[in-house]
Design a protein around this ligand. Structure first.
Ligand code: ACO
Length: 328
């Protein structure tokens, strides 16, 4: 326990709502199929001019407003994303420019849907020892730009948006991040979850613009992995606390990929599903965005109060999975 506490949360979403019925006009699917297999009813999709850094900057401004801090107070910005505005510069630098956080160090972090929890853990590790007192951690995506809109296996699942949290070192060791647990398995065969083509596939002489990026996924394998990874992320993070048990955790904020994965995790942990906060029906899977968006949603609904213990748990491509336990 280092005395690093979340003092503000925020989200930034595209205004455009795309329902399952809208998607059924694009690919051969139905609202019934998407709802029963995933729980998703609608999602937000960016307009042509909107980017990951736009959503990240809006989420950051909302989090700063809640935390009642100005942008100059931020020492560090980490943006977790798999859909950066561009390869260079980093999306965190673009967010920095948009919010005027001129004193911040900035870098991006890629751990797919585990990215926000990875980001919290990295910031927690840097505070206060590396001169960081206030950190802004963002999970932000524009996944609509890396989807094959003719592939019904993927385009019904993913969406756009960002969430953010302000982490501040206040030295109060009764509250804040109690533990973090980060895992990865780069040996997972075959490419269960990738964006194709990769930079490695591009012609060095420059046909960069001629290939469309698209998420490719072996849904069944990712499903089985998620069912294992989510409970392990929660239990692993609990195991790194000073004796916090699952019964002490008021709310679990999981990666919002699929309602059936959350159902299975609840069974595996032997707790009621009501202990999980779920908002995937409204926003779909925004990868690194889901956990901070859900955190802000739960926070603004008044579901997290001072002293409450919450868990956040993510899993995704890499494979990666990660958990954290926080006393609010
Ligand atoms: N609409 C209608 N039918 C569909 C659709 C669709 N959108 N997508 C697939 N189908 C069909 C398939 O073609 C298949 O038909 P067939 O039996 O004639 O071949 C049938 O539905 C069943 O397909 P399955 O893949 O067996 O369906 P499943 O029950 O496994 O559900 C799903 C698919 C929802 C993708 C599920 O596997 C899943 O959620 N996997 C996890 C995905 C996930 O969480 N990914 C994100 C990870 S996080 C990250 O890092 C980004």
């Amino acid at each position: 326990m280092k005395g690093n506490r979340i003092i503000g949360t925020g989200m930034g979403l595209p205004a455009r709502v795309v329902t399952n019925e809208d998607i059924a006009k694009i690919v051969d699917t139905t609202d019934e199929w998407i709802t029963s297999r995933t729980g998703i009813k609608e999602r937000r999709i960016a307009e042509d001019h909107e980017t990951t850094s736009d959503f990240g900057a809006t989420a950051a401004k909302n989090a700063m407003e809640m935390a009642r801090i100005g942008p100059e107070e931020i020492d560090l910005i980490i943006v977790a994303t798999l859909s950066p505005d561009r390869l260079l510069p980093s999306t965190s630098c673009l967010v920095q420019g948009k919010i005027g956080a001129k004193n911040a160090a900035c870098f991006d972090l890629e751990a797919a849907c585990s990215g926000f929890v990875y980001g919290l853990a990295v910031a927690n590790g840097m505070m206060p020892d590396m001169g960081v007192k206030t950190a802004l951690i963002i999970g932000a995506e524009t996944l609509s730009r890396v989807l094959d809109w003719t592939d019904r296996n993927t385009c019904v699942l993913f969406a756009d948006g960002a969430g953010a949290a302000i982490l501040r070192h206040d030295g109060n060791r009764d509250r804040g991040i109690l533990s973090t647990y980060l895992k990865a398995d780069g040996s997972a065969p075959p490419p269960w979850l990738t964006v194709e083509p990769g930079v490695a596939d591009l012609n060095p002489l420059g046909d960069y613009g001629s290939k469309d990026f698209a998420i490719r996924m072996v849904g069944k394998e990712v499903f089985k992995f998620g069912v294992r990874a989510l409970p392990d992320a929660v239990n692993g993070a609990l195991g790194r606390t000073d004796g916090v048990s699952l019964e002490d955790v008021k709310l679990i904020i999981p990666h919002q990929a699929n309602l059936r994965i959350i159902d299975a995790a609840a069974k595996s942990l032997d707790i009621p599903k009501e202990r999980f906060f779920i908002n995937l029906q409204k926003y779909g899977n925004t990868s690194a965005g889901t956990i901070p968006i859900a955190l802000d949603d739960a926070n603004r609904q008044g579901l997290i109060e001072k002293g409450d213990i919450i868990a956040m748990a993510g899993f995704g491509a890499g494979l990666t999975w990660a958990g954290t336990i926080v006393r609010w």
